[in-house]
Write a protein that binds this ligand. Structure first.
Ligand code: TRP
Ligand code: SF4
Length: 512
């Protein structure tokens, strides 16, 4: 949403020139109003989370700031520990982990302090660190999916205890009106996973809807999650506005990121390998984990003598004197029956430590090269500009024949600029170094023509896809193989999910 439209409908405060300035970097208000600010505007608000490494901040327009605060930063006393809330901007902390960027934000802290309650206690570290990621069942995959996510999963399966699943319920949150192809799309996608080398002996893959535990955890999360947390997810309002061709005005769509939080936390992974667009969802996941831990995590009291506990309590308003000899039991009970903000107060006063149910996983960001489709836009099934992994040589040649090239290169004799040419992007990924540098120079001098250049691109894309298509064949001949592999994976995933849910039901004190 543009600033103009936000202010037009929302607060009606915006000076016109705000909307006019363009900057790729932006800050997004993470609370209910979805305010998007441009970098140059330098506006700060307690709820602003800064996108990219943009350092937008500080009070350019105090009227706006005050309004935004009023609108979307009511004092949130319910999210303990309170001292960790209500700081200024979110800090992005990039560090390197084996060529991949690990991403973490510290909400509300300008400096992460060493006592930041990073709840990693219950993380799954049994063997290799665990990762988990899901993909919506979009049917046959294209080259963009391959270089964007799948290749990365294949690489990671040797190093990590990998869980990957088909997010078919997520598909329903935006597409319940048309499920005609859902089952087939699931099959096609998983078959492409297998064809690309995702190995059921190394990674566990499964289908979300075959594990009702995900729905149960989603439901329990929904009990503790403030509505505003979901309404402020950047994609939510944006999509409500932009998606016009089908209905997404549903409870399920609002809950989309919470379902994702359940998918993730169920397996207590260390990392979630996803693209940049999913960062806000993983961020929400961490907040939900923290909130759920605060609500249901068991408290271990600090060791203090009875006299010390009595002295400790005098600092707390309305704190009744514990009965003689029962101080510990009394404080524990008080704690577990208190509202979350009172518990936050206790924790801030060092009452003890929480036994967290869930860890707070990080995003594992992979730098995926931009892969344009035949019209120069991002490759996407819905743009009809994609090369599918199943496309044979003739189809690929035909698709390349109409692929966009440098638009300034009109005649064979005009020199071209490979840097703005989508065909060159294909070369950069699928051709060898020698050919890439040859085209890079010969295009600029018109020594090579686009027809020849495209022929070479098609050849290399074909060579790349041939073994993938070969590996697909046995599954095409015996489609039930894929369902069997998924069933095995589902069994493995179910073991983990059932264990987590038993812990969760116990912690919430549901019936045994
Ligand atoms: N929302 C993700 C997407 O659209 C899919 C997804 C669902 C997911 N649950 C997940 C990704 C859990 C990672 C982890 O791509
Ligand atoms: Fe693009 Fe190749 Fe033509 Fe250059 S020669 S404009 S890189 S298709």
């Amino acid at each position: 949403m543009s600033i103009g439209s936000f202010f037009g409908r929302g607060l009606g405060l915006l000076p016109q020139d705000f909307a006019a300035r363009a900057c790729k970097q932006s800050a997004t208000c993470t609370m209910a109003c979805s305010l998007t600010l441009r970098r140059e505007q330098e506006i700060s608000c307690e709820s602003l989370s800064v996108s990219h490494e943009c350092d937008a901040r500080v009070n350019a327009n105090s009227r706006l700031l005050a309004k935004c605060r009023e609108h979307c930063c009511p004092p949130d006393t319910s999210s303990p520990p309170s001292r960790f809330w209500g700081g200024y901007v979110t800090i992005r902390n990039w560090r390197n982990s084996g060529g991949m960027q690990v991403f973490r934000t510290y909400r509300g802290l300008t400096k992460p302090t060493k006592d930041y309650p990073r709840q990693m206690g219950n993380i799954e570290t049994a063997q290799r660190p665990r990762i988990l990621s899901g993909m919506r069942p979009s049917g046959k995959l294209h080259l963009g999916n391959l270089v964007g996510a799948l290749q990365n999963w294949v690489k990671l399966q040797d190093e990590y205890d990998s869980f990957h699943f088909v997010a078919d319920w997520h598909m329903l949150t935006t597409g319940y009106e048309n499920t005609v192809d859902l089952r087939q799309d699931t099959w096609e996608m998983v078959t492409d996973w297998l064809a690309c080398g995702l190995d059921p002996a190394k990674a566990t893959f499964f289908v979300q809807s075959r594990l009702p535990e995900h729905a149960e955890l989603h439901l329990l999360f929904s009990m503790v999650t403030p509505l505003s947390w979901l309404e402020r997810v950047p994609t939510y309002k944006e999509q409500l506005e932009n998606i016009r061709d089908h209905d997404i005005n549903t409870y399920g769509f609002l809950g989309y990121p919470l379902l994702q939080a359940a998918d993730i936390l169920m397996y207590k992974p260390r990392y979630v390998p996803v693209g940049e667009d999913q960062i806000p969802h993983v961020e929400l996941t961490r907040e939900v984990a923290r909130r759920f831990n605060q609500a249901f995590g068991k408290l271990h009291l600090k060791k203090r003598s009875e006299q010390e506990w009595i002295a400790w309590g005098t600092a707390i308003r309305n704190f009744a004197r514990p009965p003689a000899g029962k101080a510990e039991q009394f404080i524990l009970e008080n704690y577990h029956r208190a509202s979350l903000d009172v518990r936050a107060d206790y924790l801030n006063r060092d009452v003890g430590t929480l036994d967290p149910l869930f860890p707070e996983p990080d995003v594992l960001l992979t730098s995926s090269p931009r892969l344009p489709g035949s019209d120069g836009r991002k490759m996407s099934k819905s743009y009809n500009n994609a090369i599918f992994l199943t496309d044979g040589p003739e189809v690929i040649s035909k698709k390349l024949a109409v692929y966009m090239t440098d638009p300034a290169r009109k005649r064979r004799t005009d020199p071209g600029d490979p840097d703005v040419c989508p065909v060159f992007d294909l070369h950069k990924i699928f051709s060898g170094g020698d050919l890439i540098s040859r085209i890079n120079s010969e295009c600029r001098t018109a020594a090579i023509g686009c027809v020849e250049c495209k022929r070479l691109a098609a050849q290399n894309v074909n060579a790349f896809l041939a073994p993938i298509q070969e590996r697909r064949k046995p599954y095409e001949q015996k489609p039930e193989l894929v369902w069997e592999i998924l069933e095995d994976g589902t069994k493995k995933a179910r073991e983990v999910a059932q264990k987590t849910m038993a812990e969760v039901r116990r912690a919430v004190n549901l019936a045994p």
